[in-house]
Ligand binder design. Sequence first.
Ligand code: ACO
Length: 325
Amino acid sequence: MSFVKFLGIGSSAPEKVLSNLDFEKMIDTSDEWIRTRTGISERRIAESNIASSDLAYEACVKALEDASMDIEDIDGIIVGTITPDHIFPSTACVLQSQLGAKNAFAFDVSAGCSGFLYALHVAKGMIQGGTNKNLLVVGAEVLSKIMNYDDRTTCILFGDGAGAAVISASDTPGIMSSCLGSNGDYWDLLWMPAGGSRIPTSEESLKNGDHFLKMEGREVFKEAVKALESSSLEAIRQAGITPDEIDLLIPHQANYRIIDAVRRRLELPEEKVFSNLDRYGNTSSASVPIALDEAVKSGRLKKGDIVVFSAFGAGFTWGASVVRW
Ligand code: ACO
């Protein structure tokens, strides 16, 4: 059995909405600036007692239900996140406990906004290698907890949410290709400086705001367009198809201008690109699985369609995957 398939998908987002109009009252910005520069109208924000594992739990329960699978059948949980509940243990272990996944191993991957595609790549390899059968692959973030709401260049971009997929061994093709890349030379263009072993949390780090996400937006933008295009084309090549055979592209939801530049480079018509960025903002690791869940539930992605996922994030990291749904 050498194929790997998506058996179920689910997502979750907090109820509370933070709109561009809300931001107009908080910082020097405007709904017009945010919409024209990013495509975002609103984002979801978690209550103060909610952590990434809580949103991940809700998404996993829905994915298991969608797959008609019992938690006992899950033999591994891989979580992509840059906002883990704690530095250690992994959010995947906390989630394992919440789910009661007694027969699973659990670990996190840290790959910025590419976290879900990194986790998917690892899961695919484990299943194809024959060591595992049914894995939960998750992207979960509570980015509002690491936002500096005085920094208008970042705080308007990000939101909270989670998406999860049940990935299983199959007799028929599903994931047709998956490729990853990274360039660590850019590690400090998108990062959270403090809280690790280089800059432990201290009075000084708090005073400097080093516990918040920091980003050089223009550089990220340029590299994101290049890497999303090249990794998508590589995944398409590895899958043995041509771009005109794609039914839907689900790119990382960071900025509509990035999405549109990639769409044009891949010569895809607008109707073949899925976006829900306007309602969620950038949810990092969660963006692709939340969008996938909405694409499936809304009927935009149908059984037998060919879908391409692509993502780019902190590191820099990137990845793409072609799936026959
Ligand atoms: N409201 C109003 N004005 C603003 C705001 C705001 N929220 N933010 C910045 N500006 C101002 C700037 O101060 C600047 O003013 P100045 O010319 O007087 O200096 C002006 O707008 C233009 O700023 P730029 O940074 O050049 O704006 P740009 O068009 O590049 O848009 C943005 C900024 C939206 C951040 C863009 O660079 C971008 O989307 N970058 C990619 C970000 C991204 O996708 N990150 C996620 C990657 S994935 C991950 O791993 C998290």
